[in-house]
Design a protein around this ligand. Structure first.
Ligand SMILES: NC(=O)c1ccc[n+]([C@@H]2O[C@H](COP(=O)([O-])OP(=O)(O)OC[C@H]3O[C@@H](n4cnc5c(N)ncnc54)[C@H](OP(=O)(O)O)[C@@H]3O)[C@@H](O)[C@H]2O)c1
Length: 280
């Protein structure tokens, strides 16, 4: 299929999924403005690649970086909020500063970027915002509650945004990867709550131990995930949510069955709170 060349803005292209996506977009002739915290990325030189320094957790940096991005590429076709990291620990174990710091990247980073690009996308009456979430948002494990909360916050915002922007020609998609073989589970990226509580050893502790063995073993290939995101962006009617990986699919199906089961089993009690006149 012949697709028009697009201009992308992708956060976190230093490595992992962001880097694979930048490479895939460049390979098919698109232009990429990619951000990294260092302002450098180990990608082949290309006139269609622009790297800007950005720590998405610092709201002060967003506007100047986006001005520069607009100067480089006045039209923006796809914004990918990819920069993010994991934080493991039971809800009680994770400290408030650890939680706020992660939300500053995983949720507020995306939120500030979206706020800043929206006037441009509305004026264009086109564009696609792709928010990289996680299967954890839909199906959290013990020990991933606050990471899941940061991604669920991103998803809640994305769903409303999709409804608000659809009449204006701007699309929004949420991508929910399962385990991708990136640096995500490495010590470089994955944060573990500093405070441990022995009572959570069999719940959260198990998840932490599991994640200490998954680096390099995850089932998902980030290059194939990048191709899937290209296909999502090309689709005439892209989905609001796209799962990536058979592990994500398995967890999502279990979650949906649990949700349907709870709804059905408790339907009587659910209906019991309406005023009599409302149910008549
Ligand atoms: N891999 C998985 O299994 C998996 C599963 C579900 C969801 N995800 C999501 O996929 C996205 C990409 O992660 P990945 O798998 O590619 O992991 P990764 O290899 O660890 O890459 C993470 C990227 O995010 C950047 N980043 C982190 N904090 C940042 C900040 N404050 N400002 C700017 N950039 C920042 C990193 O930049 P630096 O090089 O500067 O650290 C890096 O480029 C994340 O949102 C993650 O939550 C991943």
């Amino acid at each position: 299929m012949n697709t028009p060349a697009r201009n992308w803005l992708i956060t976190g292209i230093s490595r992992g999924l962001g880097r694979a996506l930048a490479e895939a977009a460049l390979a098919r002739g698109d232009t990429v403005i990619g951000t990294t915290r260092s302002g450098r990325a180990d990608l082949p030189d290309s006139q269609r690649l622009h790297i800007l320094a950005l720590d998405v957790s610092d709201p002060e940096q967003i506007r100047p970086v986006l001005r520069q991005a607009e100067w480089l590429c006045p039209r923006l076709d796809v914004l990918v909020n990819n920069a993010g990291y994991g934080l493991l620990g039971a809800v009680e174990e994770v400290s408030t500063p650890e939680t706020y710091e992660m939300f500053a990247t995983n949720f507020f980073g995306a939120y500030h970027l979206i706020q800043e690009v929206l006037p441009r996308l509305r004026a264009q009456r086109s564009g696609h915002i792709v928010n990289i979430s996680s299967i954890a948002a839909l199906a959290p494990l013990a020990g991933s509650g606050l990471y899941a909360a940061s991604k669920a916050a991103l998803e809640g915002m994305s769903e409303s945004l999709a409804a608000e922007l659809a009449p204006l020609g701007v699309r929004v998609s949420i991508v929910e990867p399962g385990g991708l073989r990136t640096g995500f589970a490495s010590a470089q990226s994955l944060h573990i709550a500093a405070h441990e509580i022995a009572d959570y050893d069999q719940s959260s502790g198990q998840t932490v131990r599991h994640f200490s063995t998954v680096d390099g073993q995850q089932p998902g290939d980030p290059e194939l995930a990048a191709q899937a995101i290209l296909e999502l962006v090309d689709a005439p009617q892209p989905p609001l949510r796209l799962l990536l990986g058979s592990d994500a699919l398995r967890r999502a199906r279990i979650k949906l069955a649990q949700l349907a089961g709870d709804i059905d089993r408790w339907e009587r009690l659910t209906r019991s709170t309406d005023y009599a006149a409302a149910t008549a």
